[in-house]
Each structure stands twice: as structure tokens, then as C-alpha cells.
Ligand binder design. Structure first.
Ligand code: AMP
Ligand code: MG
Length: 409
């Protein structure tokens, strides 16, 4: 049985970023940039006022001055501020020729009965409250390196440098197949012996949340021909194929057998709880390597193994430079027993506690309760998988453990 860290390293070595595509800014959210972005021009492209106030010659100092014009945002002033004069100016407006500083309006006073003149009360240094050319972005500067994940700020940066079509890695297509004679679609009536298929709905949601594009392959019966047809369809339609069920010892192991004929099976069992039966294979199709995961059927096992191995694989295809789940240190809110045979991924809800870590404050992990691999409720609201080492005994309250983040804190 392979340790999870080794399995993950092996999978990531097989996963290569997909060929980049071009998308509009509106579709770029969450994508990874595939090329460096340089600023074509400077921002601001002209010396701009930081405040509403008066453009002045700094050396003139405080005093009463004639106002020779108004510089407002969006147009270049046509007048010059000679020594001994000032001009009204608004935030973001180009500084008129001759002026070298701005005095904010709060440091000035209108002169009663003389609207053409103003009293300047403050003495300012040359360049005060002026953003010089290129202050925010220098012309030619690299504003976003390849590999950057595009969130709101990055999309704003692309807009400000005028890049409206950007090279990004595509959203990986992930084909999802449930297997089992007992499964019915959630909208259908349940006959004796049947249960509803929850894995496809769960996996569709986690694939979408991770930035992939789910492709639905339906439910395959425990029948070689049905499985074969659907798995082949999935491998040609998607970058990643994810099946659930039909890989445990009691089953006929159809999935693994089929993947062995279609490509190369790299491993079939993992040293972890929940979910030790897990087949990972690579299959060449359409000139590219497709990744295939045969996940265990139990709802918790399939979701936990998908978080641990499927999400990083999906991120690697989507161009993430570091595709790993984030790992942090947390403190136990209750004692947790260790498993003497396998490392365990215990589902937990993390919350900040100012008293944790001897009053320094820290994230405390609250167990979701009964950790049976069939009990999907043990994943409800969980935002972390606690990495409990294989061992004897019980970890006490307050013990520090590492946790992998699977949701928002
Ligand atoms: P298997 O890996 O096919 O032996 O399935 C292990 C357990 O998971 C069995 O109890 C199955 O009924 C259950 N199971 C398998 N697939 C699904 C699914 N798509 N949704 C809900 N339960 C499932
Ligand atoms: Mg089954």
C-alpha cells in the first residue's frame, strides 16, 4: 500500500498543464495566467494630483494668490502656472505646466469678495501631493508573471494595462462516472435494495469548485460492457476521468481491469483511512495523457480521496504552480484516537479561538463526529482534513496537528 504523499508525487509527475487558451477578462476569474504581462504604458501617464486643492509653485509659500485656471480630470490644462499664481485642481487631474506641487483644499481659504483669488495657508515641498508619471505602474514593468492566479485585483491590473484578452490555462474537463447496480439517480423512485447516487453530485460540485468543468457520464451497471463503453467515452471527452465504486476487494474490480487494458495503472491501494482502494492510471488518448482515478464507492472515501489527490491533479492541469492543498497547524478541541494501522484524515471544522495555544490564539479543530466512511454527514461543513499519524493511543485536547484546508476558514 502506497503512502499518500508518494501517491500524490507520482500523480503530479504525470499531470502536465493543458495547452493555454485565450479568454476575455470577464471569463478570466480564477484562471492561471499562461504568459508574463508587461505594462505597455505608464500609470499615471501624466503627473496627476492626489488631492482636490490648488496647483502651486512650492517655492512661493503661503500667501494670497490669483487663481489662473482650473485643471479637472480628463483633459490637459492649456494654461501655465507662473510663479506668484495658482490654479484650482481636482484629484486625478493633470498638473498644469509651471506648477510643481498641490496644496489640499483644507489648507486654503476663499477670500471674501474676491473669487479670482485664494489664500494658501500651508508651505509644501516640491512634488507634494503629485503622483509623477509611472508612480503606480512604470512603463514596461512586469505587472503579472506567468503562473499568477487571476482574482479581482489581478483582473483589475489587466484592465488598467489594457489587456482585454489574456492567455490562461483552460478549465480541465473532468468526466464523472458512478458504478453500481444498487444506484439510482436522486430524482428516481427507490426500489428495494437500491440507494441514491450521491457521489456524482458531490464530485460534480467539488470539480466545479476546484475550477474544473464536469462532464456527466451517468451511472454504469456492474457490467463489463457498460463500464467499458462509458469509460472509453469519458477518456476521449475529458482530461481527467473519475469513477467511483467498483474498486474494493469484494467487487469484481472491473474498473481497475479496464484501466489496465486501456493504459498504465500506477497503483491500486493507498495507505490511508478512509479509502484505501484507489486506482490511478494514465491513458494516452487524442495525443495527450489523460488521468484516470478509480475512487472508492463509499461517499466519504471518494470525496476525501478526491480532495487529497484529484484536486491537486486538477490544479496542475489548470496551470497552478503549486497545486497542493494548503497545510496549517491547528489545535484539537477534543481528544482523538489514533488508528494503529493507517494514517487517518479526520474531518473537522476549524474556528479561531483566542484562548488556544496557551492564550496566544489559534485555529481549533472541532471533529465532525462519527467518522464512518459511509457517513457523508461527517463531511458536513468540514473545512479541513486533520492529518492524524498512524499510532497508538489518544491525542489529548489542545494537541497540535497538521490540517489540510478543503474549504473557507
Ligand atoms: P463499492 O466501492 O462499489 O464496493 O462501494 C462501496 C460502498 O459505497 C457501497 O456501500 C456502495 O453502495 C456505496 N456507493 C458506491 N457508489 C456510490 C454512489 N455513487 N453514491 C452513494 N453510495 C455509493
Ligand atoms: Mg459497487
Amino acid at each position: 500500500m502506497l503512502p499518500v504523499a508518494d501517491a500524490l508525487a507520482l500523480i503530479l509527475a504525470q499531470a502536465a498543464p493543458l495547452p493555454p487558451v485565450t479568454v476575455t477578462l470577464a471569463a478570466a476569474q480564477g484562471r492561471i495566467l499562461a504568459a508574463d504581462i508587461l505594462a505597455q504604458d505608464a500609470l499615471p501617464p501624466f503627473p496627476a494630483s492626489v488631492k482636490d486643492g490648488y496647483a502651486v509653485v512650492a517655492a512661493d509659500g503661503p500667501g494670497d494668490y490669483p487663481v489662473v485656471g482650473a485643471a479637472t480630470a480628463g483633459r490637459l490644462p492649456t494654461f501655465t502656472v507662473m510663479p506668484g499664481t495658482v490654479a484650482y485642481i481636482t484629484t486625478g487631474a493633470p498638473l498644469p505646466a509651471g506648477a510643481d506641487a498641490v496644496v489640499m483644499v483644507e489648507e486654503t481659504e476663499p477670500l471674501a469678495g474676491d473669487p479670482q483669488r485664494v489664500r494658501i495657508r500651508a508651505r509644501v515641498q516640491s512634488r507634494a501631493d503629485v503622483r509623477p508619471i509611472g508612480y503606480d505602474v512604470a512603463a514596461g514593468a512586469m505587472v503579472l508573471p506567468a503562473g499568477t492566479r487571476l482574482g479581482p485585483a489581478e483582473i483589475g491590473i489587466l484592465a488598467t494595462v489594457g489587456e482585454v484578452e489574456v492567455p490562461v490555462y483552460p478549465q480541465p474537463k473532468v468526466a464523472l462516472l458512478s458504478t453500481g447496480d444498487e444506484l439510482v439517480d436522486p430524482g428516481q423512485p427507490l426500489r428495494p435494495g437500491q440507494i441514491r447516487d450521491s457521489n456524482r453530485a458531490t464530485l460534480r460540485a467539488v470539480v466545479a469548485a476546484a475550477g474544473g468543468e464536469p462532464v456527466d457520464l451517468g451511472i454504469a451497471r456492474d457490467d463489463q460492457a457498460d463500464l467499458d463503453a462509458r469509460i472509453r467515452a469519458g477518456l476521449s471527452a475529458a482530461d481527467m476521468l473519475v469513477t467511483s465504486g467498483g474498486v474494493s476487494m469484494g467487487e469484481l474490480d472491473y474498473v481497475k481491469t479496464l484501466l489496465e487494458t486501456a493504459g498504465v495503472v500506477h497503483f491500486g491501494r493507498l495507505r490511508m483511512k478512509p479509502g484505501k482502494p484507489l486506482t490511478f492510471a494514465t491513458v494516452a488518448a487524442g495525443g495527450r495523457v489523460r488521468l484516470a482515478f478509480g475512487l472508492p464507492g463509499n461517499p466519504v472515501s471518494s470525496l476525501v480521496t478526491f480532495y487529497l489527490l484529484g484536486v491537486p491533479a486538477l490544479r496542475k492541469l489548470a496551470g497552478w504552480p503549486d497545486p497542493h492543498l494548503k497545510r496549517i497547524r491547528v489545535f484539537l478541541a477534543q481528544p482523538l484516537p489514533l488508528d494503529s494501522y493507517r494514517p487517518e484524515y479526520h474531518r473537522a471544522i476549524l474556528a479561531w479561538d483566542a484562548q488556544a495555544d496557551d492564550g496566544r490564539g489559534g485555529l481549533v479543530a472541532h471533529s465532525t463526529g462519527n467518522q464512518a466512511s459511509s457517513r457523508l454527514l461527517s463531511m458536513r461543513s468540514a473545512n479541513a482534513l486533520l492529518e492524524l499519524p498512524q499510532g497508538e493511543g489518544i491525542l489529548p485536547v489542545g494537541a497540535a496537528v497538521s490540517a489540510l484546508l478543503i474549504g473557507e476558514l
